[in-house]
Each structure stands twice: as structure tokens, then as C-alpha cells.
Design a protein around this ligand. Structure first.
Ligand SMILES: O=C(O)CCC(=O)C(=O)O
Length: 335
């Protein structure tokens, strides 16, 4: 198994780079109001009518939808990419849509491995076109979880948190982004989103990017083959992988038909217990809240990112002191 290397810098702002490396994500203002309208118009013009539940455009069988979305989201975001990043390459733009309904739930996961993580980091710029609420598919993140274990990830590999899918949610934080704000996150961070139970569709644009020198790799595991108990196969891919991989929409659990096999390698399939999670997170920060406190913290977070004077600050800069005050108040008063 590999070890994490020091991340290659991609953020122009050194504080943002530092925060990203520590937490595994940063929150930034990304689209202007005009750009939000442009992206919405693009979605409504292109999207196939048979979308249901949770639906990324990368999973669509409609190649024109995938290709045009990719090209246009790269164009719409171009100015902001230039302002935020150095030494980067933009790989793919897509829509991630949640139609109203329970089936739009997305379980706790890390995103699939897409780059060689012995050296590089795959990142998403995840930007809702509408304000997020607790009913329309808000993004929950476990800050810092990108550094639990070095992992190989993909649809055929189990995650190290699969045994504690429900319990782990208590440690995660919802990010109530406003329309046009982005969570830029490391693809290895643990995240999930509850179903969209509102009456309106939730549209997000997702732009996947990485360091300019990155090599592209995906992973496959044959769980029915006993000889593969602690093995995975790696496949080298090229830049067009995200738009051209037909298996996303057809046979996502099959051995990749695209790319060049780099051979089979050892992988121990780590597993995280709830005790380990609790120890690590208690040590790291004050994060075990009672249900009442959770609601209070969510409200504080919402205020923190949306007031005009706070908009320019980083997320943790704003609300960590308030979390600590809440915790002290709880210790003193019990509520
Ligand atoms: O759009 C969402 O709600 C979450 C998206 C996500 O986690 C993913 O596509 O991996």
C-alpha cells in the first residue's frame, strides 16, 4: 500500500491550500448570479427526460449531454479557475441532479480513485445552483477524513467505513451552501447527501480537476474470486475517461473495458471501528454534539457562511470559535 505524499500545490492562496490539506475541503464563492443562470439554462436545455433520483450527467447514455455539459461548464467556470488555481488541469464538468424523492439519497462514501494518489490529489468543485436546505440534498462532510487511510476506491471496492454507515453520520457536518458557493473537496474525503424531499429539483455542477502533471488511474476488485481477497487491479486512463466511460451508465461493477491494466497490487481493505472514529475525532476537535446542540451548530454554521462580512473568510476561521463556546456553555450549563 502507498503512503500519502505532500500534496502538490494547486491553490494560489497559501491559506486556502493549507486549509484544504488539513480539512480535505474549502468553501468559496464560485459562480456569479449570471453564471448560475447560464448553468441552469444549460441544464434545462440538455438534460434527458428520463432522469430519476440521484443522477450525475456522467452516468447518462446521452453522449451529447455529457460532452456539451463538460465543454460548457469548463467555459463558464474558466475565469474563476484562473483566479483560484495554479498548475492545475480541469478534467471534466458535469451536472449532479437530485430529483425530489427518497431514491435520491446518496450513501456515505469516498469518490472513486481517479488519479495516482501516491503523488496526486483528485478534487471536485461541487457547486449547487440553488440554496441548500436540510430538505433538498445538502452535502455532509467529515472534515479531515481524507487522511484516515490511503485507499484504493471504486464501485467494486468496499469502503473502510461501510460497517459504520449510520453511526459515522453523527460525526459529519452539513454545509448549507448558498447558490453559487462551492465546496472544493478532495475526492478521498468521506461525504454523503440525504434525499431531496423538497418539491424542487436540486442541480449541482461538479468540476473535477487535479494537478497539471497528474497520472490517471482507476481501480477494480473481483470480490467473487478468493485469490483476490487482498488484491486490486489498477488501470491507467487518459483525459477523456470521465466523458467516454460508457460503463458508468451500463455495467459499473464490471472489469473496466477502457484503459490499460497496470497489473494487480496488494490492498489490505482497512476497516474503521466506531471506537477508532470516536478516539480520533475527540482528539482532533469538539465534534460530539447532542441532537439539540447539533441543531444549534447547524444554525450557527448557516449564519456564519452567509453574512456579508464573513463571505470572504474561510469556513473554519468563522465557526470554530463558536463551536468551542457552545461546547463550554454545554459543559457549564448542561444544555
Ligand atoms: O450531489 C450530491 O449530493 C453528492 C455528490 C457526490 O457525493 C458524488 O457524486 O460523489
Amino acid at each position: 500500500m502507498f503512503e500519502f505524499a505532500k500534496m502538490k500545490r494547486v491553490f494560489k492562496n497559501p491559506q486556502m491550500q493549507e486549509e484544504f490539506e488539513r480539512e480535505g475541503f474549502v468553501v468559496v464563492d464560485f459562480y456569479t448570479a449570471d453564471e448560475i443562470s447560464e448553468a441552469e439554462e444549460l441544464y434545462h436545455r440538455l438534460h434527458p427526460k428520463d432522469e430519476k433520483g440521484f443522477f450525475p450527467s456522467t452516468f447518462s447514455k446521452d453522449k451529447n449531454y455529457r460532452d456539451t455539459t463538460d465543454k460548457e461548464l469548463k467555459r463558464i467556470g474558466q475565469k474563476r479557475f484562473e483566479e483560484l488555481f495554479i498548475d492545475y488541469q480541469i478534467i471534466n464538468g458535469s451536472f449532479i441532479v437530485k430529483s425530489p424523492g427518497e431514491e435520491s439519497y446518496l450513501h456515505v462514501h469516498q469518490d472513486m480513485t481517479l488519479v495516482d494518489e501516491t503523488e496526486f490529489t483528485g478534487m471536485n468543485i461541487w457547486t449547487p445552483l440553488t440554496n441548500l436546505t436540510e430538505n433538498n440534498g445538502v452535502l455532509y462532510i467529515l472534515p479531515g477524513s481524507h487522511r484516515f487511510f490511503p485507499t484504493y476506491r471504486g464501485h467494486t471496492l468496499r469502503g473502510f467505513y461501510d460497517g459504520i454507515q449510520e453511526e459515522i453520520k453523527d460525526y459529519m457536518t452539513p454545509y448549507y451552501l448558498k447558490a453559487g458557493q462551492a465546496a472544493i473537496f478532495d475526492q478521498s474525503i468521506i461525504h454523503f447527501s440525504p434525499p431531496n424531499t423538497s418539491n424542487d429539483i436540486r442541480i449541482v455542477t461538479n468540476v473535477y480537476f487535479t494537478h497539471k502533471d497528474a497520472r490517471f488511474v482507476i481501480c477494480y476488485h473481483d470480490k467473487n474470486n478468493p485469490e483476490w481477497k487482498n488484491k486490486v487491479e489498477l488501470f491507467q486512463q487518459d483525459l477523456s475517461f470521465m466523458t467516454n466511460y460508457e460503463q458508468f451508465g451500463a455495467n459499473i461493477y464490471g472489469r473496466p473495458k477502457m484503459g490499460k491494466s497496470l497489473g494487480i497490487t496488494d490492498y489490505s481493505f482497512p476497516e474503521l471501528s466506531i471506537e477508532q472514529l470516536g478516539n480520533q475525532f475527540k482528539k482532533k476537535r469538539l465534534r460530539e454534539f447532542t441532537p439539540t446542540k447539533k441543531v444549534a451548530v447547524q444554525q450557527l454554521e448557516e449564519v456564519a457562511v452567509t453574512t456579508p462580512e464573513n463571505k470572504q473568510k474561510s469556513f473554519w476561521e468563522i465557526y470554530t470559535p463558536k463551536n468551542i463556546l457552545l461546547e463550554l456553555k454545554y459543559k457549564l450549563t448542561g444544555n
